[in-house]
Design a protein around this ligand. Sequence first.
Ligand SMILES: Cc1cc2nc3c(=O)[nH]c(=O)nc-3n(C[C@H](O)[C@H](O)[C@H](O)COP(=O)(O)OP(=O)(O)OC[C@H]3O[C@@H](n4cnc5c(N)ncnc54)[C@H](O)[C@@H]3O)c2cc1C
Length: 637
Amino acid sequence: MIDGQIKMAEQKTIRKVAIIGGGPKGIYGFERLAAWLKVCPPSEKIEIHIFNRSDSFGAGENYRTDQPSYLLMNNPVGDVNMWSEEKPLPVVQNPLSLPEWLCRFAGMNISNNDYATRAMAGRYLSHGFNEIASSLPENVEGKYIVGEVVDIYKNTGKYSLSLKAIDDKKYRHQADRYDHVLLATGHPKHSNKKQSRLFKSFADNHQKAGFIPFVYPAETVFSDVPPNCTVGIKGIGLTFVDAVLALTEGKGGRFSRDEISGRLTYIRSGDEPKVIYPFSRSGLPMIPRKSVTIKNNELKYFTRSALQKFEPGKKLNFEEQIWPLLKQDMIYAYYHIALKNSGYTEGLSGCESFEEIERYIEEFHKKNPSELRFDPNTFLDPFHASEIQKGKSHHQFIEALYSEYLQEARKGELRSPLAAVTAVWRKASSLFCELYSFGGLTPESQQSFDHLIRGKLNRVTFGPPVENAEKLYSLMESGILNFDAARNPDLVLDKESGSYILQSRPNNTGYPVHFLVDARIPKVTLADNPGPLFRNLINRGLISLYENSSGNEAYRPGAVNISRQGFVIDKNGTVNRRIAVTGTPTEGITFDNDTLSRDRNNFVDGWAEYISREYANIASMVNLPYQSSDESSMNHL
Ligand SMILES: Cc1cc2nc3c(=O)[nH]c(=O)nc-3n(C[C@H](O)[C@H](O)[C@H](O)COP(=O)(O)OP(=O)(O)OC[C@H]3O[C@@H](n4cnc5c(N)ncnc54)[C@H](O)[C@@H]3O)c2cc1C
């Protein structure tokens, strides 16, 4: 053969797979593919190309290893294991969980209930990525490409893509052709919505005003915020905590603990803002949490058997069918501990029915008239009980509430009734994920859950660790963090003063802020914030938007439409097994992708098995266990 022919022949025999996104979920896909290719050795050479916007492979942006140590993980280290426990086993020699890795490689003596820094979790993830890359099976090669994939298109029966390299405005078509593509793109970057553009243009035209549309990288985005100014932060979730710490600790402030009282005090550096005004629709901060070891994670009422009474195959209504069960679990969780704390050693464990529990609770309140009654609705929205606010400023109300939250969180869910309630939604989430996914709720109910209910449940369940909450509390006490404008203020752009004004409705007062920060993580809503890659995929008809429909009702949560195995469904409704999706872009057709969990919505195992069988030429001999009827119309490219 002459040279050119040799090259052509070589090219023909190299099969290629692209993974778009080198964050945790992309690496989980890489790990599964390596494991499957090891047990199903390919008959030809395989290349796996992983594309990531930065060189932070494994860690992605959220767990960058160079971020400041005040940015903590939101879940305890015991929750994190990047390795699959399913067969085939990982290709690496020592697949360690995060706590095991921290002990072995960082010399940390850490318990499963402790919280690590996000940078440390990033080191773990990128170490894991390097381990996989250096343990790939024979005939398999990995290539790791930095750049943003902005388009994917069909190219003579396979797929090619266009890439925008870092700091390069142009994008280039790649010559490679891929048999399979996994989309693992995670969270979108900040949205460029009309409102954001308005805030930015106000800042551009007024010298004193500044607008920060996205809080990461937290160590650099706040560098222009001058000492002693006022800052308004939109969104009071976990990202808000990061923003506040970046504006205080990140600007040289310190937290000092009194050894006797244990109280934390903030020591100013002089470079931090004078006041930070958080605000959001609810005006409420998240409830902090402390992780404790629990033997039994089962709920009593929201259970698989309780759900059997619902008509099989019929879509559910969250508020009418699921919330009543969760409320019972919350009431049980609260009073079980409250009774134990009051000397009833068995709590409610002897009760056989919920009616009996209600009788017990009534007796308990008769004997203990000073005990506050627990009501799940008030718990989710404390403003429900409007008398709570009488005579207090909003800030005083929140400060008192947060002090109580903190006290209870420190006790943990085995000793605090309130902390026990905060654990209910976490315990329910796995079963709820099954119910919700692939249109399990009626369209109207899903819409109401997504927009009104989910945030409330997340607020009470997935809050910051106590360590960070104590810092927030000391900033509230010091007057730097002020919640007076927090509840759904109007945001006015005041040209005269050149500042943004948070116009608080309850006390009819305006709070001027120089800097406005958007501390929300944009949702993947492919309908209005798709980013270049998904926009092109939609325009090409390679993917479609998921719609939950029933009768005359329809709701589009903004997720990419996929089969139950995670393969995309194109504009003609055809399942395409050449392109799969994992993680956040599927949020809305699946549930709860915002974690490092390996099990939740695990599409990558089936994806990797499918590819490895195809490459080993055994797909036709063995029936794939996950093949389902919705994929019978497979698109042969
Ligand atoms: C600030 C923050 C903190 C969090 N903390 C926790 C926590 O403590 N615990 C927890 O369980 N979860 C946490 N989460 C939730 C988070 O979603 C998951 O932990 C995890 O990061 C999800 O992994 P992923 O790979 O799906 O997405 P990501 O981590 O977002 O990774 C996606 C990767 O794809 C790359 N990418 C995207 N588009 C393209 C493209 N077109 N071309 C090339 N590359 C692309 C990105 O650069 C990124 O590296 C946090 C989320 C955020 C935003």
